[in-house]
Write a protein that binds this ligand. Structure first.
Ligand code: ADE
Length: 245
């Protein structure tokens, strides 16, 4: 799978060289290309922004450097060979929420690119223009504002990349984690069984797999109800046929 990232801060993406994803890159499971937006400017100051039409605070990223950078990325895409438009993710707090379902869907694609905006954002015309070459998705990491798209792109690349077959050594660990079944993950413990007077829940030492599974499930439900009433509501909502969980 190939990722491309266009940014004015390529150094932000250096951490993609470490840990599991770094290893996956070295093993050729994922291919990451980072592009400097200023390499697609031709003036002395390598200008990427200008004042907003209509007035207001801050600066807006100019359309032309983005078009040139995205043309360059599209030309290198392996996706047309498999008959699909490559995906272009634009991280923005005004996008649709990024969830585990989004990560699963994008992990099945051949090529996912990220357009990391800064300042007040990218000239809106770029997104319509880019539809000719990409499936464009405006995506938000959450209801808060970061300084730019780079940290959001890093988080999304990690969430997507770890779902690519072979990246995580034991694929079973992907099944039993938060959000995979609509519930948060159960609590985990390791040795020693008593640590600073605190004991591991006795059921986990019982050797009874059925009891352990039932306890873990009840913990998942309790946590989800308590910490994430929104997820709990969706989990317990009747199915389309009126059936209940
Ligand atoms: N850029 C700035 N804030 C963001 C957010 N919350 N999600 C995605 N991209 C962003």
């Amino acid at each position: 799978m190939r990722f491309d990232v266009v940014t004015i801060f390529p150094e932000y993406l250096a951490v993609l060289d470490v840990s599991l994803l770094g290893k996956a890159r070295r093993e050729g499971l994922v291919d990451v290309h980072v592009h400097h937006l200023r390499d697609f400017t031709f003036d002395r100051h390598r200008t990427v922004d200008d004042t907003p039409y209509g007035g207001g605070a801050g600066m807006v990223m100019k359309a032309e450097p983005w078009a040139l950078a995205l043309e360059h990325v599209a030309a290198a895409s392996p996706a047309p060979a498999v008959g699909e438009r490559p995906v272009l993710v634009v991280p923005t707090p005004s996008g649709r929420p990024f969830t585990q379902a989004t990560a699963r869907e994008l992990a099945r694609r051949e090529h996912v690119s990220f357009a990391c905006g800064r300042y007040e954002g990218i000239d809106e015309r770029v997104f319509g223009w880019a539809e000719e070459r990409f499936e464009v998705r405006l995506v938000s990491l959450g209801d808060y504002v970061l300084n730019g798209g780079e940290v959001a792109a890093l988080a999304m690349i990690e969430a997507i990349g770890r779902l690519v077959p072979g990246v995580v050594g034991n694929p079973e660990s992907l099944v039993e984690e938060s959000h995979e079944d609509g519930l948060l993950e159960y609590p985990v413990y390791t040795k020693p069984s008593v640590w600073r007077d605190r004991e591991v829940p006795p059921v986990l030492l019982s050797g009874d797999h059925g009891k352990v599974a039932a306890w873990r499930r009840s913990q998942q439900e309790e946590r989800t109800r308590d910490r994430r009433p929104d997820l709990w509501g969706a989990f317990t909502a009747p199915g389309p046929d009126g059936s209940e969980r």
